[in-house]
Design a protein around this ligand. Structure first.
Ligand code: AKG
Length: 279
């Protein structure tokens, strides 16, 4: 396993403030080069072996390859949700009870057009603006340039009282990143993948998180075989949804879901629900 970038180098407060104020931030040089290399090789293998083809719709793209449910597709991906130079920023934006919402790749091919501007939380029917219920990240496995389709963002829109109209053109700017950097944004931020006018692919890993009290976008409990989850480190088990939020949400007969997994290494016995604590 690769060693994560030194989390002490990451200004968690500064990044969280930037997200609160403009809706997005870039953590530069966040990913260790050997992990970038491992993810790049593994993604290429998956795309080949799964014979991944573009979905051919305006949202997922016409020349874009996406592989979903990556945590079920190899242990190299298990390093991503818990990565120590990124997760603390997400925990500051949501809270430490946050969950993996989805983990997928977005490989934008030459000639791809821009994705419609959207907000990742726009299907959640609660009035806006609201505190972040979603916090998403894009790991740059290649440089992200204006020419090759860097994610386009519209600063400040996470504070708007509505979501964008799908398909309407908006003025936006590219979130430029060097390979190895990570873009983090508030789920209400208006954004979209850029057009790729180059002859090279723009490859990113979309590591998306949500608050511990809302539903995950990809169903992690069904999508990842429980026997596989049982082998995950405890923090990753919590992040995929086998913990309980605020001492209550997600329990099974007052037990931690992680305890009910086959071969779980978690503590045995019933967990203290919030009911027990309040007396
Ligand atoms: O590929 C990108 O840069 C952004 C993609 C995105 O926002 C999405 O698919 O929801």
């Amino acid at each position: 396993m690769s060693r994560p970038a030194d989390p002490r180098q990451v200004d968690v407060d500064g990044h969280a403030t930037e997200i609160a104020e403009r809706g997005w931030t870039v953590i530069e040089d966040a990913i260790e080069p050997d992990l970038i290399e491992a993810l790049t090789v593994e993604l290429a293998r998956l795309e080949r072996e799964l014979d991944v083809q573009p979905a051919d719709n305006s949202f997922e793209g016409h020349k874009t390859l996406r592989v979903y449910n990556l945590l079920a597709r190899g242990q190299v991906w298990w390093q991503v949700p818990v990565y120590s130079s990124v997760l603390p920023v997400v925990e500051r934006v949501l809270d430490p009870g946050c969950l993996v919402s989805s983990l997928s790749s977005i490989n934008i091919g030459p000639g791809e057009v821009a994705q419609p501007i959207h907000a990742d939380d726009q299907l959640i029917p609660i009035p806006k603006p609201h505190p972040p219920t979603v916090c998403n990240t894009m790991w740059a496995l290649t440089d992200f340039t204006e020419a090759n389709g860097a994610t386009r963002v519209i600063s400040g829109t996470h504070l708007a009282d509505h979501s964008p109209n799908y398909g309407q053109p908006y003025e936006s700017e590219p979130a430029l990143m060097k390979k190895g950097s990570v873009l983090v944004w508030h789920g209400s931020l208006w954004h979209g993948g850029g057009a790729n006018g180059t002859d090279r692919r723009r490859v990113g890993i979309a590591m998306n998180y949500c608050a511990g009290y809302i539903r995950q976008q990809e169903n992690q409990q069904l999508g990842i075989p429980p026997a596989l989850v049982a082998r995950m480190p405890e923090r990753l088990k919590e992040l995929v949804g086998y913990g309980i939020y605020n001492g209550l949400i997600g329990h099974v007969d007052k037990q931690l879901p992680a305890n009910l997994l086959a071969r779980s290494e978690g503590p045995e016995g019933a967990a203290a629900m919030v009911w027990d604590v309040v007396g």
